[in-house]
Ligand binder design. Structure first.
Ligand code: NAP
Length: 254
């Protein structure tokens, strides 16, 4: 394979929330672009939802890539530290983080149980904080890298009310935009990325996401390609931005 086919050759990517859905698609695309990939999430054996970290890692390996299934709960700091340590010991370091683990709760505030609010903040916000904090020293020791958090266009939809999910993702965008300034001198790109439209994933279906007209649906491959493009950035390239998959890909893809 040529360098153009494998722009991430020699890089190591940690994908949090990679057992299914968008995270699995991103993990596979990063590996196809040459990265060694830590496929991190909680599901080790098939449960209510399809998808396990082992199945995703096996698909990558079967396609000729390098991957490791690593159990990781982003709400638990010890679990994250152990997953990051395993990645570094197996692959030699970390260059790229995709903080993709997420849970959905779109109910109106007036009927949102406190435990749903807390779960959204624990996974979608504190999870991003914890996993980002854990990998930063490793990116610094490689002389740079790329941090990517998966957010949502819902952050901008203030005409459509508020919910725990959009609030948690809005906070992540604030976290990452400021972090880009903090990490500029370490040559680390920091960006948020979301699908431009809806990706019909296992999680979307399980949460009873509303019926989406075909023109509002985006294939998982688009956000996966966008993630590969952002993974290749450092602080001298695209950094400190909130990107939408369908506008980023035509801008950056050669
Ligand atoms: P999904 O199918 O439900 O997948 C969610 C992933 O997050 C799974 O791999 C799940 O793995 C992981 N996860 C959940 N809680 C976790 C925890 N405590 N620790 C570690 N991993 C955890 O969802 P999706 O639709 O692919 O969404 C992926 C991301 O994209 C989310 O952040 C979502 O907010 C965002 N997003 C999606 C859409 C869309 O249209 N689908 C649009 C905008 C943004 P385990 O259960 O195995 O832990």
């Amino acid at each position: 394979m040529s360098g153009a086919d494998q722009p991430l050759a020699g890089k190591v990517a940690f994908v949090a929330g990679a057992s299914r859905g968008i995270g699995a698609a991103i993990a596979q695309a990063l590996a196809a672009a040459g990265a060694s990939v830590a496929v991190a999430a909680r599901t080790e054996t098939e449960g209510k939802l399809p998808g396990t970290i082992g199945e995703v890692a096996d698909r990558i390996t079967a396609a000729g890539g390098r991957a490791l299934a690593i159990p990781c709960d982003v709400t638990n700091e010890d679990s994250i530290e152990s997953a990051v340590a395993t990645t570094v010991s197996e692959f030699g370091g970390i260059d790229v983080l995709v903080a993709n683990a997420g849970v959905l709760w779109m109910g109106p505030i007036a009927s949102t149980p406190l435990k749903r609010w807390q779960l959204c903040l624990d996974v979608n916000l504190t999870g991003v904080f914890l996993v980002t904090k854990a990998v930063i020293p490793h990116l610094k020791s490689r002389g740079g890298g790329s941090l990517i958090a998966i957010t949502t266009t819902g952050v901008e939809m203030i005409d459509r009310g508020a919910n725990a999910y959009w609030v948690s993702k809005a906070a992540v965008e604030r976290l990452y935009l400021g972090l880009a300034s903090d990490l500029k001198s370490d040559n680390i790109a920091v960006n948020c990325l979301s699908p431009s439209r809806v990706v019909l994933t296992e999680g979307w279906a399980a949460n009873g996401g509303p019926e989406i007209p075909a023109h509002m649906v985006e294939p998982p491959e688009t956000i996966a390609r966008a993630a590969v493009l952002l993974a290749g950035q450092d602080a001298t390239g695209v950094s400190g931005t909130v990107q939408r998959s369908e506008s980023l890909v035509p801008q950056l893809e050669p």
